[in-house]
Design a protein around this ligand. Structure first.
Ligand code: C5P
Length: 307
């Protein structure tokens, strides 16, 4: 192994929330949630490269919707590099190259995934040797979904989503995703959820037992029936056309149909690859979405790219 590497490359999967139960708004502006994440095999790739002393952080993005990704310090990947540099006591002189396949602002945690990937890649580049625990703490500082991207697989998220515990799940699940032309802002969707629920008492969020049993049994049908997302009505309220997409999936016999996270991506669970292909054709023909992507899950979280 080379004593000094100039680059480190990491791949990181997208996530969906099989359940997203949104509790009350907290004093810190976040909502208490109980969520079940599954990582699916749509990957972003993040390469970090040493730059000369004093040149700081830079970000370049390629792939679909690349122009919608910020390349300044508002990008969580930039902040991730600075956090690891501070841990390593080095200057953050690093070029970050992100190859995007995860939909941007699509409710699949693409930005969070890139941040998790940058944490791991910078840890490797600068040979910091951060523990898993410390990486998860840094991830939680960056955003609610970053810690899950490190863990992957199937996991329960509590707190604001950043407290992640792996969960038991059997089998492979086949998904079809309908991608929208424009993204949705997560804070806006949460705010719309609050507006729609104004005046009602919001209970403490709990992970649905039926979903956990279905995952343990490896029953795609039962998982499909147990999918739930408290942000769905808010996303549909902001983008009424999502309802039509959900309808196309239900009419085509999907086992489950829901908005992914804060949307606007719509996720459909189907029984196998053939059903996925059939549904992909129907969704494309509907003219209601920008693109249709098939994927399977669960898959492991962020990892070094194999050559
Ligand atoms: O943590 P993250 O940066 O991903 O969150 C983006 C925004 O989404 C927050 O500023 C907040 O408005 C909203 N959010 C929330 N409750 C959560 C997670 C996110 O209200 N549990």
């Amino acid at each position: 192994m080379a004593a000094f590497s100039r680059t480190a490359t990491v791949v990181v999967p997208a996530k969906i929330n099989l359940a997203l139960v949104v509790g009350p708004l907290r004093e810190d502006g976040y909502h208490e949630v109980a969520t079940v994440f599954q990582a699916v095999d749509i990957y972003d790739e993040v390469e970090v490269r040493r730059r000369s002393a004093g040149s700081g952080v830079s970000i370049a993005v390629s792939g679909a919707q690349a122009e919608e990704v910020p390349i300044d310090e508002s990008n969580l990947a930039w902040q991730a590099a600075e956090l690891v540099a501070a841990e390593a006591d080095v200057d953050p002189d690093v070029g970050i190259t992100i190859t995007k396949r995860i939909p941007v602002a699509g409710g699949m945690a693409g930005g969070s995934a890139d941040a998790a990937a940058t944490l791991l890649a910078c840890d490797q580049l600068w040979r910091v040797g951060l523990s898993r625990e410390r990486l998860e703490e840094l991830a939680a500082e960056l955003g609610s979904d970053v810690a899950f991207a490190l863990v992957g697989g199937t996991a329960i998220g509590t707190g604001r989503g950043e407290q992640v515990t792996s969960a038991m799940s059997r089998g492979t699940y086949h998904w079809v995703f309908a991608l929208s032309e424009r993204g949705l802002s997560t804070p806006r969707v949460y705010a719309e959820c609050d507006r729609l629920r104004a005046g009602s008492t919001v209970p403490v969020p709990k992970v649905p037992a039926a979903l956990m049993e279905a995952l343990l049994a490896g029953s795609a049908e039962k998982v499909g029936a147990a999918l739930t997302n408290d942000l769905q009505s808010a996303a549909v309220s902001l983008r009424p056309e999502l309802d039509m997409l959900l309808e196309v999936g239900r009419d085509s016999g999907a086992l489950g149909a829901m908005v992914s996270g804060s949307g606007p991506t719509v996720a459909f669970l189907v029984s196998d690859e053939e059903a996925a292909l059939d549904l992909a054709v129907s969704l494309s023909a509907s003219g209601l979405c920008r693109d249709v992507v098939r994927a399977t899950g669960p898959v492991p979280g962020v990892r070094a790219k194999e050559d």
